[in-house]
Design a protein around this ligand. Sequence first.
Ligand SMILES: Cc1cc2nc3c(=O)[nH]c(=O)nc-3n(C[C@H](O)[C@H](O)[C@H](O)COP(=O)(O)O)c2cc1C
Ligand SMILES: [Mn+2]
Length: 475
Amino acid sequence: MSFDDNRKFIEALEKSGDVVRITEEVDWDLEVGAIVRRASERRDKAPFFEKIKDYPAGFTIFGEPLGTHRRLAVALGLSADTAYREIRQEYERRLATPILPVVVQDGPCKENVLQADAVDLFQFPAPMVHEGDGGRYIGTWHAVICNDPERKWTNWGMYRLMIGNKNHLTGLCEPYSHQYDIFNRVYAPKKQNLPVAIAIGMDPICSMLSGSRSLGRKNEVDIAGALRQKPVALVKCETNDLLVPAHSEIVFEGEMLQGETMIEGPFGEYTGYRSDPRGPRPVYRINAVTYRNNPVLTMSCMGLPVTSDTVVRSMDYEILIKRVLKMNGIRFTDVHVPLESATMMAIVSVKPTYRGVANQIGYAFAAAQMGAYKVIVVEDDVDVFNMTEVLHALSSKCHPIRGIRQYDEAIEPSSLNPFSSPEERKWHLGAKVIFDCTWPLDWEGAVPGRVSFNEMYPRDIRERVLQKWTQYGYD
Ligand SMILES: Cc1cc2nc3c(=O)[nH]c(=O)nc-3n(C[C@H](O)[C@H](O)[C@H](O)COP(=O)(O)O)c2cc1C
Ligand SMILES: [Mn+2]
């Protein structure tokens, strides 16, 4: 079961009880943002806004499509209450077999076509997401699509987009991103603009993959096919050769301009803060707009967890971290990036067989471009998803001096790191720390034994207690 668009996805979420249809008229100016924000902070259902002030009936907004693990499970065609570990396992299993897209001649995204002077980005109910944002953000859950003619592949990335004026967008595109690399490596030397297509309101899986880093230089659309277990139908743009999902709700065709900037931001960010000041950012000129009748604009209201960003990127980071650890020959047993950390912390479990494994993990994290700054290394008798066990291990086993190791000036992919100084943020410099919660191997014979039901009682006693538990008067 996979969804071609959010319309079908919303129907499925209605069945599983994970969406609220809001028929009351809401204001695009902060009211929509405030509702999405509160729902996220309460881990509540996704809001689907059916009537937006100042906009025609049928122009709707769908907030935080993947803002909970339940919604992620439904998007993958799994039951809404599938345990997260199983969701991740299924996700990783499907990743292994890419399914190439098919190109079709026509699609719903061509129901309305506007070109040149007819383009007006204010035609869509882009929300003023947070108070004090630099403008109205129309790209917070979408894909910017571009080709790399040198290496012959197509990139999809989620890079935020603010409306600059009637036919220009501007937004943050970090230097480590694929799009910036293509813009800078292929197009800048020729002083050519980079053709782009911006697809908003794609199906949940296509959107999700646009925000994923673990794929590396793969065509995101091939992996979207893998996860959907069905190829994505693509259709050609009107004004360039790029291909977009035929079921996209809204498509902007344009160019990322050489040598021009617009003042963008600030914006409420994924870390739960607003750290990055207003400043000059890349500009996209929009030459054509195509959209479905009654378009569904998707959005994310970044800020304190849990948002679609947190849900998607935590899993993506776990997959990335596993790969980095494997590449370094580190034998780990599991990895968890807690949702509450907004991808800034990771827990890794290991079975130590040699000294210094935590330090080895520290170096691997410090060298890898990913924002898990705090890493808790536990032994494999701790379940990395059980924060009660993790906090106990951290409190009891990590030596306040010898158990902590810092790695300075680690290259940091995000310029939004709240604890870095403004100067460090500018240069993408971060730092990492390892909390080693493993027993030193040379303590052989002197390791404190853990006092727990499972570890401190003989099997026959435990079995008797379990068997008679309700007899004793417990539930
Ligand atoms: C909701 C959301 C918003 C994001 N906003 C930005 C952004 O404004 N700029 C940016 O460089 N990355 C942003 N990211 C992170 C990138 O999408 C992510 O790093 C992705 O891997 C980029 O694609 P690429 O690996 O193909 O470059 C965002 C991610 C999500 C999920
Ligand atoms: Mn990419």
